[in-house]
Design a protein around this ligand. Structure first.
Ligand SMILES: [Zn+2]
Length: 329
């Protein structure tokens, strides 16, 4: 792509007086400096009227070698017009490494996020380049997955790490941290998403999701199987279906055991009732929860095990007691 910078005063850095001119940039390089007013057709025009047009500045004293890995796009330098950095001139640089502990301790305030996986200048340069490439690849990969699975709010961190060539956990975590610090991705528990990604359901999809949710809400303590609920909502499939997963991912449906899901609100109500009963009776058996909720053993046993797992109850033989006795409902 060709860009024409027009209307500006060109200071070329040689010390000559600035002159009015049009600068033509082609594929990132200055292709020509033309008399003012010349505008080749087809070029994208950037109006620089009132501005100085100059080559990038050289920053003669920086410590960017310690920050480029976590901030590879170097926006603070670019916004100032700096395009070339000189580093290492106060006797500090992240290579060669002969005493890592001392170097790390003495430079931690500059950028504590280094993985220090190099030893010499070649290794450093490779690592800097790698970070930049890897960071972009990870970002693009998340974008591709969002495109392929638009209804998933986030992508599995482990799946992404696998796609990044099963990157070392520490390095991968570092790269994700960089993207997160830049506000490009958001990591929540084991899921990662681009900050720009939002799950948007079409009207038909929304109807099905609402219908599914209503099934589980009204069924309360005796929910249908995912297949049954899906069939009633007019869709073939099971809990793997992306519309079912919308409810699971948003934690409106909770997996209690294998293919047994309850609505989160129903579970809260069940827990309240269970705790109230345990406060009164001190201990209960499976038959008591069946009577309490009017449900069969098929639901009662997984529910009791689920609340054991949530540390609401503790198991004593076949009976349950309140754990710690202080669990609020
Ligand atoms: Zn310095």
């Amino acid at each position: 792509m060709t860009i024409a910078l027009t209307g500006g005063l060109v200071a070329d850095g040689t010390g000559a007086e600035p002159v009015a001119a049009t600068v033509l940039v082609d594929s990132g390089r200055i292709a020509a400096v033309l008399p003012p007013g010349d505008q080749p057709s087809g070029a994208e025009v950037i109006d620089a009227t009132g501005n100085i047009v100059a080559p990038g500045f050289i920053d003669l004293h920086s410590h960017a070698d310690f920050s480029l890995q976590s901030t590879p796009d170097a926006p603070t330098q670019l916004y100032q017009g700096v395009t070339t950095l000189v580093t290492g001139n106060c006797g500090w640089s992240p290579f060669p490494i002969t005493d890592l502990a001392a170097l790390r301790a003495g430079t931690a305030f500059l950028d504590p996020k280094h993985d220090w996986s190099w030893r010499d200048v070649d290794g450093f340069a490779r690592r800097a380049l790698e970070s930049k490439v890897e960071i972009r690849e990870i970002r693009d990969d998340i974008g591709r997955l969002h495109h392929a699975f638009p209804l998933r709010p986030g992508m599995s961190r482990e799946e992404l790490r696998g796609r990044a060539g099963a990157a070392d956990e520490r390095v991968f975590g570092h790269l994700l941290g960089v993207l997160e610090a830049e506000g490009v991705v958001k990591a929540e528990r084991d899921k990662v998403r681009l900050t720009t990604h939002e799950v948007r359901l079409g009207p038909e999809q929304q109807k099905i999701v609402d219908r599914l949710e209503a099934e589980f809400l009204s069924a309360a303590a005796a929910p249908p199987s995912p297949e049954e609920a899906m069939a009633r909502a007019g869709l073939p499939g099971d809990e793997e279906h992306e519309l079912f997963q919308v409810l699971v991912e948003s934690r409106r449906l909770v997996r209690v055991k294998e293919s047994l899901f309850f609505h989160a609100t129903a579970l809260e109500t069940i827990q309240d009732k269970l705790v109230a009963m345990l406060r009164e009776r001190k201990e209960i058996g499976p038959a008591d929860i069946k009577d309490l909720l009017g449900i069969s053993r098929k639901y009662a046993i997984p529910l009791l095990e689920f609340f054991d797992g949530r540390r609401v109850t503790a198991r004593v033989g076949e009976r349950r007691v309140l754990r710690g006795g202080s669990t609020a409902g």
